[in-house]
Design a protein around this ligand. Structure first.
Ligand code: PGA
Length: 247
């Protein structure tokens, strides 16, 4: 696992955006694995600034997760987040951009179909990830065992508290989500995890220095052959920066 540190958060956003852009430039029909959350808003902003660098006509994307249940076109769905910030501005169609359906009648079937679509599209070339304060990736919450495949999960109190800011209070939030499983994520050929802010410092320290355990789902990334963790000075505050490279 490679570590990249920077005192300049903008450089990290640009680095992640540029890696996504380069992936499409090198392989126009590459399947990009995308994430949501506050961390990725500036990344998508940078992609839009640079959008003319690549041809998006063949590009395909897949998102990590979606709340469940949630109206697909509602204000707070991850589908709406992506459509507003990336899909519509880039002109990506529904066929090009795969997002789990938060209003699927049969969530189990939805998860199986999703896995099949990823495989049929040739697998994920580059997956970007945020990290939760509790070490979650996607919505793989801390638990007793890694869940390999895309599945329904109940959200933990930490995640509900952290994401309540996007809703009118925690009691207005969906209490569950559909998420790529750990194996689904680990099958990506490249992974970039971006952590920004003091609230992520402990999770990032445990990811780098702790045990590999389903209690900190991100820790599994240590065994991925091509994974880079990028941190700003706050998220990387508990780590020895000489272990990585500085941007
Ligand atoms: P955030 O979410 O970018 O809003 O902090 C990250 C995550 O929960 O994965």
């Amino acid at each position: 696992m490679q570590l990249i540190f920077s005192n300049d958060t903008d450089k990290l956003y640009r680095y992640v955006a540029d890696r996504l852009l380069e992936t499409v430039a090198l392989k126009p029909d590459a399947l990009l694995g995308l994430a949501t959350g506050g961390t990725f808003e500036p990344v998508y902003g940078r992609i839009l600034e640079q959008r003319s660098r690549v041809n998006w006509q063949l590009a395909r994307t897949v998102n990590l997760d979606e709340y469940y249940p949630i109206g697909r076109h509602g204000e707070q769905s991850f589908y709406t987040y992506m459509k507003k910030r990336l899909f519509d501005p880039l002109g990506l169609t529904e066929e090009q951009s795969l997002v789990l359906n938060g209003e699927a009648a049969d969530p189990g079937q939805e998860c199986m179909d999703f896995e099949e679509r990823i495989d049929a599209l040739g697998g994920i070339e580059l997956q970007v990830l945020g990290i939760g304060r509790n070490g979650h990736i996607g919505f793989n919450e801390p638990s007793d065992a890694f869940e390999p495949h895309t599945h329904y999960t109940a959200l933990t109190d930490t995640t509900l508290t952290d994401n309540a800011r996007y809703f009118e209070g925690v009691d207005q939030m969906p209490t569950g989500a559909l998420t790529m499983g750990i194996e689904t994520i680990m099958k990506a050929r490249g992974i970039l995890l971006l952590a920004v802010g003091r609230s992520k410092a402990q999770a990032v320290n445990a990811l780098v220095n702790g045990k590999i355990t389903p209690d900190l789902p991100a820790s599994i990334l240590r065994v991925h052959p091509n994974c880079t963790v990028l941190m700003d000075s706050e998220a990387g505050a508990l780590l020895d920066w000489s272990l990585g490279q500085q941007l």
